[in-house]
Design a protein around this ligand. Structure first.
Ligand SMILES: CC(C)(COP(=O)(O)OP(=O)(O)OC[C@H]1O[C@@H](n2cnc3c(N)ncnc32)[C@H](O)[C@@H]1OP(=O)(O)O)[C@@H](O)C(=O)NCCC(=O)NCCS
Length: 211
């Protein structure tokens, strides 16, 4: 059975300037050394080799969340005497970014909202970046990850990344080492087939979650 993205609770989309405040909220909870807001403005407005995305709640799910928020807003308005906003933006559940460095798709950041973890947001972000790297003719994909960040490493290993090196004391906050992870067979048919299978399984999982 074909899985339609519209069936899913959330979907990937390009990051826009309007998304930056929500991205910063997630950024601050996800990373000990958050990127400044200006970095995202630069990526969106100026870096042609950058590809930055968000995962948004889908329209149907947003309508439910908006209804619940409107009840809270009406209550807030009654209690404070201040008017409440009526149009809510579609909530952002995670974000990610990649730089195309010649023939390398370098994943520079990825994070999901704490209350949405374990539901496929990180995976959807990663698969979307890898698809874009393929589209831009990357011949491999690379990233750095903290040695103690087992959750993120599991996600990357699931998508074929393996450890190829280490940067000593790479992270300034605690001098933690970074693992360098790469998908070496990125352009080979076996990897394309693996990515297709993983994406199909993910889309089926997202559709089941939405049902
Ligand atoms: C890493 C991160 C993006 C994963 O996002 P997520 O939305 O929870 O991930 P998903 O639900 O899509 O899970 C995908 C895979 O990640 C791994 N994973 C997720 N949660 C895990 C957990 N609690 N324990 C172990 N592995 C886990 C699994 O391999 C999982 O695949 P599975 O569902 O087949 O087991 C998220 O934990 C995060 O934002 N962490 C803080 C920021 C960060 O460390 N970013 C990485 C920087 S290198």
């Amino acid at each position: 059975m074909a899985i339609d993205i519209q069936d899913a609770l959330f979907e990937a989309d390009d990051m826009t300037l309007e998304d930056i405040p929500a991205v910063m909220e997630i950024e601050k909870t996800a990373f000990p050394i958050p990127w400044p807001e200006q970095a995202y403005r630069h990526e969106i407005l100026e870096n042609r080799n950058g590809y930055f995305i968000v995962v948004r709640l889908n329209k149907a799910a947003t309508a439910v969340e908006t209804d619940q928020r409107q009840v809270s807003r009406k209550l807030f308005g009654r209690l404070t005497g201040r008017p409440s906003r009526t149009v809510a933006p579609r909530p952002i559940l995670g974000f990610a970014g990649m730089w195309m460095l010649v023939d390398e798709g370098h994943i520079s950041t990825i994070a999901s909202r704490t209350d949405w973890r374990g539901r496929g947001v990180g995976e959807l972000l990663l698969v979307t970046l890898l698809r874009e790297a393929q589209r831009r003719s990357a011949i491999f994909a690379t990233l750095e990850v903290r040695v103690n960040n087992v959750v993120a490493q599991n996600l990357y290993r699931k998508y074929g990344f393996t450890e190829v090196g280490r940067r000593r004391r790479y992270y300034r906050d605690n001098d933690e080492d970074a693992l360098i992870m790469t998908v070496e067979n990125f352009v080979e048919p076996e990897y394309r087939a693996q990515l297709d299978a993983l994406e199909q399984a993910l889309r089926a999982k997202l559709a089941r979650q939405a049902a």
